[in-house]
Ligand binder design. Sequence first.
Ligand code: ADP
Length: 269
Amino acid sequence: MVQLYAQTLYRDGKKSGTIFEYHDITKQYEVDQMKSEFVSTVSHELRTPLSSVLGFTELMLNKELKPERQRKYLLTISQEAKRLTSLINDFLDVQKMESGKQTYHKDFCDLQHIVEDVVRTQKVNTDKHEFVVDVQAAHRTVLGDQDKLIQVFGNLLSNAVKYSPNGGKIIVKIRGEQTRVAVDISDEGLGIPPEAIPNLFAKFYRIDNTDRRKIGGTGLGLSIVKEIIKAHDGDVQVKSEQGAGSTFTVRLPLVIDQGDSLAEPEEKG
Ligand code: ADP
């Protein structure tokens, strides 16, 4: 995109020529575009849970309600308020990561505990999905920030649920890989078009398909996953078949005790 500036030159009071200047403003245009998309995404994402909180509070204030109904409404209000908090935390996290101010408090963590913890939390939000945790790795200890790793697997599992609107199986497999431990999170959902894969972990990137337009989100979840995993010297990859499902794989360096052997346990059966 170019912007054209024209300046007329005069000599002895007479027009003697015109200078044209072309400025390439593509970059500026893209930044402006991103900013306005960001503002509209943020406003939309914040407004949805807020209107729910307001709606249910008004209902409770204006009506005589049975205790069980009151409880149901309060539960919704609390869930929506939690969603708001987690959205705001995502925005703050991205800002901290960008300014290099994100801090990590690392200690020994058992990935199996983290994954089971996250699966338990996700199960509460859905009755359409079946969760399977398959632990094949003999060693699962990594040096990591427990809360941040919970955030990573929380984001990946909530995506697996969110982008499998018809339900299905969500399998979390923990595998040993020489000096690393790999965690595969597979779903049987919408899948990802191949052309979207290179951009998938970019900030604010969302796939704009009719089949997922109604599914809310900010496009920040996977960029946060990538940053956290990078800070743990690991990597994250995705394989997907459109319409059949996706598998996200996180790999992290293993912490091995001196006496430990890296050999996997023998296959059963
Ligand atoms: P959000 O879910 O807020 O849009 P994310 O960064 O978590 O943002 O994901 C980016 C995009 O990647 C999503 O908009 C979605 O289209 C796609 N995506 C992520 N996880 C999955 C998945 N398990 N299955 C299908 N598509 C996915």
